[in-house]
Design a protein around this ligand. Structure first.
Ligand SMILES: Cc1cc2nc3c(=O)[nH]c(=O)nc-3n(C[C@H](O)[C@H](O)[C@H](O)COP(=O)(O)OP(=O)(O)OC[C@H]3O[C@@H](n4cnc5c(N)ncnc54)[C@H](O)[C@@H]3O)c2cc1C
Length: 376
């Protein structure tokens, strides 16, 4: 599945006319998610996609930043512009210092009602999902969750939001015909990261939030930094070696870890390997696990069910090891290794170890040559 509706065939839409008062809604918005001024990368990925949508529509792309009053939050406007936004809507208030649903919903709906965008995109993260649901219900508009493709239907400027359905066995395209903004959430790493261009310039529109702390029901008692910082960061790994049920037993997963260590890769897994307790659930790749977009993905003993593929087929290069030459994983693989993973994984580890050691030795012998072009 690509990030585009490659197969976008004309869709038969029921005849619903957009009410007159929504026709003035214009522009594509992306919610810039952050934690105390540290942006979540999905925000930049969505700006990349938002840029394409805005260009198709011939409208501006805006980043929406809600947060506390410190400079780190304001600095996000420069970043959003560097990643493609023409404009940023900035709302700063002490009640927005840390994410809470009520003030963030109040802030976002105020901005939407004031500046009237036609499309609003958010990351399908814990925060983005929470906010998107309450903003959509407050505005009484439609929201498509966990999209894997977003395109514009130029016949009526509507947003075509595609996503897997029926357990991933079908793709559906959802269109919001009668309300605005058209809202969608997209998981991290589904859309490619755009190039950052620090020379871009844009406009910053500041807007005050009319809400005080005594009207907010939830209180922040303590701030506990994300304890997952030292857990596998699969979604952002450049190299991933994954294992599946074909490895047979938990001890055999060591061969996946051994190759990953040599490559400096993260370890992923299919759902059966996780369900069998062979590896941590954080490592599951696929529809009910992580979506990854590495430069290189190796699948060992994984059949390539669609629920696994939706999570990894955005990888630049895919290699697969499988005993069965007809395994569906080979349909998406650039390199097919038909054979026993229990033999091929150690063989690959030894081969990469030798080759990388040789490359390191060459680099050490010729320090003036900064990059020999040898990479894992
Ligand atoms: C709602 C839903 C959500 C799901 N979400 C996910 C998800 O997020 N991620 C996910 O992975 N799955 C998910 N699944 C499960 C998915 O449908 C498949 O069942 C699963 O991906 C299969 O895992 P597997 O490839 O490891 O196992 P299998 O399908 O059993 O494949 C094992 C493969 O290993 C090969 N093999 C066997 N021995 C060897 C050997 N020695 N060397 C090399 N190859 C060998 C076999 O030929 C076979 O192709 C989901 C299913 C549903 C219904």
């Amino acid at each position: 599945m690509s990030d585009a509706l490659d197969s976008a065939k004309p869709i038969k839409k029921p005849k619903r006319v957009l009410p007159e008062h929504f026709k003035s809604y214009t522009g594509v918005w992306v919610f810039i998610e952050h934690e105390r001024g540290h942006a979540h990368p999905v925000s930049w990925e969505l700006l990349g996609k938002g840029r394409q949508l805005a260009d198709s529509l011939g409208v501006t792309l805006a980043g929406v930043i809600l947060g506390g009053t410190d400079d780190g939050v304001r600095a996000l406007t420069d970043e959003a512009i560097a990643y493609g936004a023409d404009r940023c809507y900035l709302m700063q208030s002490e009640v927005l210092a840390d994410y809470r649903n009520q003030p963030y919903t109040a802030g976002m709906t105020t901005l939407v009602n004031t500046y009237q965008p036609e499309v609003l995109l958010l990351g399908a993260t814990t925060q983005g999902r929470d906010l998107a649901g309450s903003v959509a219900t407050t505005l009484l508009t439609g929201l498509t969750a966990d999209c894997t493709g977003l395109e514009i239907d130029m016949s009526d400027r509507s947003l075509l939001s595609s996503r897997p359905t029926f357990g991933g066995s079908l793709m559906c395209t959802i269109v919001n015909l009668a309300t605005r903004p058209q809202m969608a959430t997209v998981r991290p790493r589904v859309m490619p990261m755009p190039e950052r261009d620090a020379t871009r310039s844009g406009e910053v529109v500041t807007h005050a939030l009319d809400l005080t702390e005594d009207s907010v029901v939830t209180k922040l008692v303590d701030f506990i930094p994300d304890a997952r910082a030292d857990k596998p960061q699969l979604a952002f790994a450049d190299f991933i070696v994954s294992g599946g049920r074909g490895l047979g037993k938990p001890e055999n997963f060591d061969k996946v870890f051994d190759l990953a260590k040599v490559l400096g890769a993260e370890v992923g897994a299919s759902r059966p390997a996780v369900h069998a307790g062979w590896v941590d659930p954080e490592r599951q790749v696929g529809q009910s696990g992580k979506t990854v977009r590495p430069k290189f993905y190796l699948a060992a003993g994984i059949s390539g069910a669609v629920q696994h593929r939706v999570g990894m087929e955005g990888a630049d290069v895919i290699a697969a090891i499988n005993l069965d030459a007809k395994a569906p994983i080979f349909d998406v693989a650039n390199y097919a290794l038909v054979g026993n993973a229990l033999e091929l994984l150690p063989a690959l580890r030894d081969a990469f170890e030798r080759r990388l050691a040789a490359a390191r030795a060459r680099r050490a012998a010729a320090p003036a040559t900064a990059d020999t072009g040898e990479h894992a």
